[in-house]
Design a protein around this ligand. Structure first.
Ligand code: BES
Ligand code: ZN
Length: 451
């Protein structure tokens, strides 16, 4: 196919096919679907002209999809990363169209994974395929590494990168899994928060108890969860874990200045993106600082007792809260988890036992904006979008960025094409189809220039 417009149209069709596969990595019942998504991606890499592809299995986890084309002797090698797994879809009844039936509305495609990260992963695959079809070769060498566990901790890829750095040797990684600061504003993400996600488990009475008969004498694990959480983070947004902030690094004055000049309207952000009566968080820090450069502790779900319709008067024997710490440079996940555990011990009320069960962790990362691979990407995006590229950070986490840096000693170029209102991890996730097309253009340009 020699016309790019037709090629992009077909690329959309393929993306929609991928979006129909419910590859929810955290759900054991979806294992077969995750496998199907991996096979689909591998086929895509074959079609894109990779000379070798492989499904890499590490332990019992979801496969990594690998593909390479190394025919550009003397040219740089790029490690192209994405993820084909997605987040769960609950609450289902809030979706306007079903999460796994990709639906076009107002120039967007709505589906779970549309932006995070199937749509953006497909940009990389299709940009490479286009160059391959047009020229019969690529201007650079590429190694694709596309994982299926990003949304549930990325254990397989972490082990693989640590054990086989030579197989992944490259000059830079390119990742399309972040957002633009605003529509039409090409953005490169130079900092991500780290994460430590786990369960706070609180156990009290040996069995559920009648709350009238025993209330007042028996400890209540759900109440204890509330007490522990409010003792860990105050109403002022400050985390009260001893020594938690010791390693928190301040952004440089230049970075702060750059953030000041970003087109950010706090009131609009509150209304349109967050939709709450007020914003919260640590006093003395701007919103962007709070979400990009400060750690946080959040609770994602609390289980225990009776949550069905109607009333049931019970003191539960056990309660569990899913919580996470978001970490910033130079905090260390292992250390933060130890601090958290010690803090929990210190604030657990009488009558219950509390423990923290870590499910996954990833380090925060910072990328040097002066790196040549980054600058070339910024120029490529600039050309396609017709606006100056901004350097931003993000409060989200992509743990592999830190591991690429540590084990492969390469920078990651985070070219994001998502939009702030794409509803990542939420109902009605979407991806702007114009950005899908421009993403392909930008990556094509980028590879051409690097070659
Ligand atoms: N793509 C996101 C991370 C992201 C979102 C980066 C927005 C930049 C801007 C990624 O898929 C993600 O959601 N990661 C998880 C991490 C994980 C270990 C569960 C996250 O941040 O919660
Ligand atoms: Zn995600």
């Amino acid at each position: 196919m020699s016309d790019l417009a037709g090629f992009k149209k077909q690329a959309r069709e393929e993306l929609f096919e991928l979006l129909r596969i419910p590859s929810i990595s955290t759900d054991p019942a979806r294992k077969q679907d995750v496998e199907r998504a991996a096979a689909f991606v591998e086929q895509g890499l074959k079609r894109a002209g990779m000379t070798r592809t492989e499904l890499i299995r590490v332990g019992a986890g979801h496969p990594l999809v690998y593909g390479e084309w190394l025919g550009a002797e003397g040219r740089p090698t790029l490690l192209l990363y994405g993820h084909y797994d997605v987040q769960p879809v609950e609450p289902l009844d809030e979706w306007i169209s079903p999460p796994f039936e990709p639906t076009e509305r107002d120039g967007n495609v709505y589906a779970r994974g549309a932006c995070d990260d199937k749509g953006q992963t497909w940009i990389l695959v299709k940009a490479v395929e286009w160059l391959m079809r047009r020229d019969g070769r690529l201007p650079v060498n590429v190694k694709f590494l596309i994982e299926g566990e990003e949304e549930c901790g990325g254990e397989s890829i972490a082990a693989y990168v640590e054990q086989h750095p030579e197989a992944l040797a490259a000059d830079a990684a390119v990742i399309c899994d972040s957002e633009m600061f605003a529509p039409e504003l090409p953005s490169i993400c130079t900092g991500l928060r780290g994460i430590a996600f786990g369960e706070l488990i609180v156990e009290g009475p040996k069995t559920d108890l009648h709350s009238g008969v025993y209330g007042g004498a028996a400890p209540n694990p759900l109440m204890a969860v509330a007490e522990i959480l409010t003792a860990l983070k105050g109403r002022d947004g400050k985390i009260s874990i001893p020594h938690f902030y010791d390693r928190v690094a301040e952004p440089s004055p230049e970075e702060m200045e750059a953030w000041e000049s970003l087109p950010f309207d706090e009131e609009e952000y509150r209304k349109k993106e967050v939709g709450s009566p007020e914003l919260t968080g640590e006093a003395g820090f701007s919103v962007l600082e709070r979400v990009w450069a400060r750690p946080t502790l959040e609770v994602h779900g609390i289980r225990g007792g009776f949550t069905g319709e109607g009333a049931k008067t019970v003191i539960p024997a056990r309660a569990v809260a899913k919580i996470s710490l978001r970490l910033v440079a130079d905090q260390r996940p292992e250390e933060a988890v130890e601090q958290l555990k010690a803090a929990i011990e210190g604030v657990t009320p009488r009558g219950v036992r509390a423990s923290f069960n870590l499910l996954h962790a990833g380090a925060p990362s910072l990328v040097d904006p002066d790196n040549a691979y980054l600058k070339t990407a910024a120029s490529a995006m600039e050309e396609v979008f017709g606006n100056r590229t901004v350097y931003i950070r993000s409060g989200g986490s992509i743990p592999i960025v830190g591991l690429f840096n540590r084990y492969l000693e390469i920078p990651s170029v985070l070219m994001g094409f998502g939009l702030p209102d794409d509803n990542l991890h939420a109902p009605n996730e979407k991806f702007c189809l114009a950005n899908f097309d421009r993403g392909i253009d930008a990556v094509v340009r980028y590879l051409e220039w690097l070659g």
